[in-house]
Design a protein around this ligand. Structure first.
Ligand SMILES: [Mg+2]
Length: 283
């Protein structure tokens, strides 16, 4: 198996050295993003999964509205029962579908970089995740405020706003409800302080996201730590916290290589392969 990994590394090295401008199917086969992006962009199964998540969100929102003690934010604090109700949604791969960017990464044999991500975001061409707009319209019909809490950066807020508005999403035009990374000094990539900011003035009925950090602080959590959070927050999953599937990227992937983003891709890939359990057929 190690020989196979080494061969992949050499092959990737040759490809990077000589053929960066041309993408061939052989190169694409080496890229972990292919099946994940293809599934997310083309499959009816992904669309149906997203519709299911947002239909569940409507049902749970009704429950939340009937029960003033209900809150989805672990940051909620005291005396929240009479506050106006809000929903917190992540943006990328929760409301907006960025599979065109991921597909471009495959074609260009490139890795995610803020240098290419910023112009993509500011082009405002992301598509809607199935069911998300309908859910937001439903929540608005019940008088619920909508907060978009995204790790897009401050310089990408206007492109994000344009993209959402162009697609017909409700965005409050009186107060800023698009809370992006670095917009305030204390708003880092950990979303805890932004959830607390919303929870200060609102009762948070639901949190909807594709990444563990959208719901709870889980920085540097190992695969095992993350698995344990299913039990720890048993009362939240699929009731107060609604997940949208993202097989393309996220902290689930980074946990398998210890969040060491600077590792070479072949090293990351080996750690990902090592993170899986394997069936051993009997001879
Ligand atoms: Mg996301």
């Amino acid at each position: 198996m190690n020989i196979d990994f080494a061969a992949r590394g050499i092959l990737t090295g040759l490809v990077v050295a000589g053929l960066t401008a041309i993408s061939t199917p052989a190169q694409a086969e080496e890229n972990d993003l292919v099946n994940a992006t293809l599934w997310t962009q083309t499959s009816v199964e992904f669309k149906a999964t997203s519709l299911a998540a947002y239909k569940l969100a409507e049902i749970m929102l009704d429950r939340a509205l009937e029960d003033k003690n209900w809150t989805a934010a672990t940051e909620q604090g005291e005396a929240y029962q009479e506050k106006p109700v809000a929903v917190i949604l992540d943006v990328d791969e929760t409301v907006l579908d960025n599979t065109a960017y991921e597909a471009w990464l495959i074609k260009a044999n490139a890795s995610y970089s803020s240098k290419t991500w910023a112009p993509y975001v500011n082009s405002a061409i992301s598509k809607p995740i199935a069911g998300s707009k309908e859910f937001i319209d439903y929540a608005r019909s019940k008088g619920v405020e909508i907060f978009y809490v995204s790790n897009r950066k401050a310089g990408e807020e206007e492109g994000t706003r344009k993209n959402l508005v162009d697609l017909g999403y409700y965005v409050n035009d009186k107060i800023d409800t698009i809370l992006v990374r670095g917009e305030k000094e204390e708003w880092g990539s950990d979303k805890t302080s932004r959830r607390a900011y919303v929870a200060k003035d609102y009762r948070v009925a639901l949190i909807i996201g594709d990444n563990l950090g959208d719901f709870v602080e889980a920085r540097d959590a190992t695969v095992a730590d993350r698995a344990a959070l299913i039990d720890t927050y048993n009362d939240y999953w699929s009731t107060k916290w609604i997940t949208v599937a993202n097989p393309m990227y996220g902290s689930w992937e980074a946990a398998t290589f210890g969040y060491d983003f600077k590792l070479p891709n072949d090293e990351k890939r080996k750690m990902k392969l090592d993170a899986m359990e394997y069936w051993e057929p009997k001879e």
